[in-house]
Design a protein around this ligand. Structure first.
Ligand SMILES: Nc1ncnc2c1ncn2[C@@H]1O[C@H](COP(=O)(O)OP(=O)(O)OP(=O)(O)O)[C@@H](O)[C@H]1O
Ligand SMILES: O=P(O)(O)OC[C@H]1O[C@](O)(CO)[C@@H](O)[C@@H]1O
Ligand SMILES: [Mg+2]
Length: 320
């Protein structure tokens, strides 16, 4: 392979830049030209593409967001859009593409691979909701951002004897809620993957914990449940506690990536180039059982990861 393209697609995540850097440098080291594609599949359709060199990716390893910009492209999902993208690849001599994004982006990568442009996907999303991988680039930074924000909320909740209900991102998944919830010692964590009962898992629990002298509470709710406002009302009404809710929102997507995200993004980016340089495409790079591996895209998309219910139970036992 003489020329590859690289793009970031879907929601940005901290560490995407570290992956872009690793892909660019590993490819150039192997004598492969690298084309940066701006704004995901939209840039592949419109030809918003530039050649990268080793210095194009200087000073980005520590930056959040993505220097390649990102987008969601409806046009790319149509056959016409796909054909335009293939035409662009031909014009720029792009023989393979590294796609950094989530499951939606991998579906696009699979479609492109099936039409003769081998693609390798890297899991880049704060949600950690990619079935084939135990970890996704940006998840670690997002958890640490949530922890930093909730630590601040705890200061004020504690000072006022309040209950703080905090909604975190994750789309339909509860990984951010679970891990951040454990790390901040939340009194209750509500996620889409585990059935819950507000009466027992929140209200009675708060009542019981109050009896041991606790006067402030942190409750973490995954956005996918869409219950934050209602839950806040119920807690306020039933416990008579001064209760406030905070939706953390897009702050969770930004910020300088943690060391873990930088190292993992570098390893995954390097692995993607090892595959493409051998002409291997239609793969998704993953972190499984502490190893960097890769899967066929269709297999990757059909894989389901078990939610760590044992961690959830542990959190309930120790946050009392
Ligand atoms: N079924 C599909 N076929 C072809 N392309 C697709 C398909 N699904 C998604 N894509 C492309 O991938 C882009 C990104 O997908 P999506 O918005 O689902 O985000 P994602 O990659 O899953 O990331 P995140 O969920 O973290 O935001 C879409 O805008 C579209 O261009
Ligand atoms: O940036 P947007 O389009 O508001 O999307 C928000 C969604 O993207 C994510 O931040 C990443 O997939 C989700 O956690 C969230 O639900
Ligand atoms: Mg997705």
């Amino acid at each position: 392979m003489k020329t590859i393209g690289i793009l970031t697609s879907g929601g940005d995540s901290p560490g995407m830049n570290a992956a872009v850097r690793a892909v660019t440098r590993a490819a150039i080291n192997r004598g492969i030209r690298v084309m940066g594609i701006r704004r995901g599949y939209s840039g592949l359709i419109s030809g918003d593409i530039f050649e990268m060199d080793v210095r194009s990716v200087s000073d980005i390893i520590h930056r959040g967001g993505t220097v390649l910009y990102t987008a969601r492209s409806e046009e790319f999902k149509t056959e016409e859009g796909m054909q335009k993208a293939i035409q662009t690849c031909k014009e720029f001599g792009i023989e393979g593409v590294v796609v950094i994004g989530g499951d939606g982006s991998f579906r696009g990568a699979s479609d492109l691979s099936a039409r003769g442009i081998p693609c390798v996907g890297l899991p880049g999303t704060i949600d950690n909701d990619v079935g084939c991988s135990d970890y996704t680039i940006g998840f670690d930074t997002a958890i640490n951002t949530v922890i930093a924000m909730v630590d601040r909320l705890r200061d004020t909740a504690q000072s006022h004897d309040r209950c703080s209900v905090v909604e975190v991102m994750g789309r339909r998944a509860g990984y951010i809620a679970l891990e951040a919830g454990i790390a901040v010692g939340a009194s209750a964590i509500l996620v889409p993957e585990v059935p819950y009962d507000i009466e027992n898992d929140v209200l009675k629990r708060m009542e019981k914990i109050s009896k041991t002298g606790k006067k402030h509470f942190i409750i973490i709710v995954a956005e996918g449940l869409e219950i934050t406002d209602k839950l806040t009302e119920i807690i306020a009404e039933r416990t008579q506690m001064n209760t406030r809710s905070t939706v953390l929102g897009h702050v969770q997507r930004g910020g300088s990536p943690t060391g873990y995200d930088r190292v993992m993004a570098s390893r995954m980016g390097y692995h993607a180039v090892e595959l493409l340089s051998q002409g291997i495409g239609n793969r998704v790079v993953a972190f499984k059982d502490s190893k960097i591996v890769d899967f066929d895209v269709q297999q990757a998309l059909s894989m389901h990861k078990e939610f760590p219910v044992e961690l959830y139970k542990m959190a309930y036992e120790i946050s009392i």
